[in-house]
Design a protein around this ligand. Structure first.
Ligand SMILES: Cc1ncc(COP(=O)(O)O)c(C=O)c1O
Length: 374
């Protein structure tokens, strides 16, 4: 084949509302995933395009008639469900309109007390907001394996630091620190500052590669763990995330809330926590495709970081902007630039058929095959 057309790439991606389980699942399981939305293949924002799951979709539909009322008991029910899921008391949980709102609230409450330390590059939302409100941000380069440099972060965070932001797995690299190293770093830092551990992608980690710091957030150390319904649960557009931490820290965080989470998001998140079949299907499908896409990239001589997220981070040899334009010509949207890693690109995982189209496009890109306009 001398060329792949944009239409061919897109044709591969036309999915139905349900599909039989892939090789990653046990035989003959069929899970009703959300129908594919028409348009380009969106591999740019680390979403879960299989969602929302069936129970969440039913809960959203049932909430429509209550849309004229403010959220009441539904919020308490979600907090109770999260508390049971995480084995913590409800006063250790704060909800946010996405974990993004919680990141801004943390910056507002703690970056006004002292500087922020973080690895770089990482997910920049808290640091951007902190910068806007006049805080100093100390960015510590990732190590040679694109992982957090624990000693350098510790050294860059003297007493008087407002907070330290640790993203594990890290976005955009997907890399993790082993559980014991994370725990040791968090405990060292928490003796002098607030530690924020962003675990947006913790559900996709290969077994044993790292550990959640929720265990620390259940105790007395000043460690706040952030989780979101935007990734594994496939609810990014519905804006629900949560923080777990010490009751005094959580009480302060709650007082900084700007927008209370919305009713469809709250009921969808509550229902999704009880949808084990959809959650396991999403997790195994996305993790199997991370291995498949990573293997394909390596076969094509493109280096990949050791990603534990629902995305891969690939050294394409082009600037992220140039690579984005090349992929756009195949009808595929990929991630934005993450300086200073300028010839790397982040590619989110899509539906299995979309990932197949991605692999075909990467092969065409590496072999210099032309792209026919559709
Ligand atoms: C590491 C990390 N944290 C937080 C967020 C924010 O997610 P949300 O506001 O949808 O919960 C993202 C979004 O991509 C992310 O990558």
């Amino acid at each position: 084949m001398s060329a792949i057309s944009r239409r061919q790439a897109l044709a591969l991606a036309l999915g139905a509302g349900a599909f039989a389980a892939t090789a990653a699942q046990s035989a003959a399981v069929t899970v009703a995933v959300a129908p594919r939305v028409a348009g380009p293949i969106l591999l740019n924002y680390n979403e879960n395009p299989l969602g929302p799951g069936p129970k969440a979709r039913a809960a959203i539909a049932a909430s429509i008639d209550r849309g004229s009322r403010y959220v009441g008991v539904e919020g308490d029910r979600l907090i109770a469900a999260i508390a049971a899921h995480e084995a913590v008391a409800p006063e250790r949980i704060a909800l946010g309109s996405g974990s993004g709102e919680l990141l801004n609230m943390l910056a507002l409450g703690w970056a006004t007390r002292g500087a922020v330390t973080c690895a770089w590059p990482t997910f920049g939302q808290l640091m951007s907001f902190a910068g806007e409100i006049g805080a100093t941000v100390r960015r510590v380069p990732l190590d040679a394996r694109l992982r957090h440099d624990a000693n350098a972060i510790d050294e860059a965070s003297p007493a008087g630091t407002g907070l330290v932001y640790l993203c594990n797995p890290n976005n955009p690299t997907g890399t993790v620190l082993p559980g014991a190293s994370m725990r040791e770093l968090c405990l060292r830092l928490a003796s002098r500052t607030l530690v924020v551990v962003d675990e947006a992608y913790m559900d996709f980690v290969e077994p044993g590669a790292t550990e959640s710091m929720v265990g620390l957030a259940r105790g007395d150390a000043d460690v706040v763990v952030l989780r979101t319904f935007s990734k594994l649960h496939g609810l990014a557009g519905l804006r629900v995330g949560y923080a777990i931490g010490r009751p005094d820290t959580i009480a302060r965080l709650r007082s900084l809330e700007m927008v209370s989470p919305n009713l469809p998001g709250i009921v969808a998140a509550t229902a999704s926590l009880g949808d084990a079949e959809f959650i396991e299907h999403s997790r195994s499908t996305l993790m199997a495709d991370r291995r498949r896409v990573t293997a394909a990239c390596r076969e094509l001589d493109m280096a990949c970081s050791d990603s534990h997220g629902n995305f891969v981070f690939v050294r394409t040899g082009l600037s992220a902007t140039e690579f984005r334009d090349r992929m756009r010509s195949f009808g595929i949207e990929v991630g934005r630039p993450f300086p200073p890693l300028n010839d790397w690109s982040r590619i989110s995982l899509g539906r299995p058929e979309e990932n197949t189209a991605l692999i075909e496009a990467l092969r065409a890109f590496r072999s210099g095959r032309s792209v026919r306009a559709a």
